[in-house]
Design a protein around this ligand. Structure first.
Ligand code: PNS
Length: 167
């Protein structure tokens, strides 16, 4: 039997949004398994809205219905993590052209560092092209309603953190 094709969906996922979720589910069409890889530096582990461990728990809850999705964390270079996991594919979502420059630069650099690692971009569905984890964090921290932009387990955790609908 041939080796399973593993794709990495790397990111900060602080927290995972419906936009991320859509990209991960579409990535499953391209491979056998998707590793949702939460990248961080050891010194940053507790910064941001959610600690890395909690971000991974949320990813697991969001994909509880999907045994082909795994949550993992990595420190250091994405290419080193890809080698460790035997992954040859990185999948990233592109929301707007504003994302393109940075994403393309990262993809080229990663290919330079690991030529056998291919990056593919999936255009975010128009429904979610304006959603970002940073805006979700900001809206939630200022008491706004983020229920349209995150899945129920994530919303529940945000409500625990901020109370009510984020207030
Ligand atoms: O959700 P983000 O913040 O856009 O994710 C960025 C991430 C984690 C995918 C990127 O910063 C990354 O791959 N970091 C790991 C370190 C690394 O490999 N840096 C060189 C990239 S060319």
């Amino acid at each position: 039997m041939s080796e399973p094709r593993i794709a990495l969906c790397p990111g900060s996922f602080d927290p995972i949004t419906v936009g991320h979720e859509e990209i991960v589910r579409r990535a499953l069409h391209l491979c056998d398994r998707v590793v949702v890889a939460v990248g961080h530096r050891a010194t940053q582990a507790k910064r941001g809205l959610f600690p890395v461990e909690e971000r991974m728990e949320l990813i697991r809850e969001v994909f509880a219905d999907e045994p082909r999705v795994e949550a993992a964390e990595f420190q250091g270079l994405l290419v080193d993590f890809a080698r460790e996991r035997g992954a040859r594919l990185v999948v990233r979502g592109l929301r707007t052209v504003a994302d393109y420059e940075y994403e393309y630069q990262m993809a080229l650099m990663n290919r330079e560092l690991m030529p056998e690692l291919e990056t593919v971009f999936l255009g975010a569905g128009p429904r979610w092209s304006f959603v970002s984890a940073s805006l979700v964090r900001e809206i939630a921290s200022l008491g706004g309603d983020v229920s349209g932009f995150v899945s129920p387990p994530v919303l529940a955790r945000i409500e625990e953190r901020f109370g009510g609908r984020g207030a």
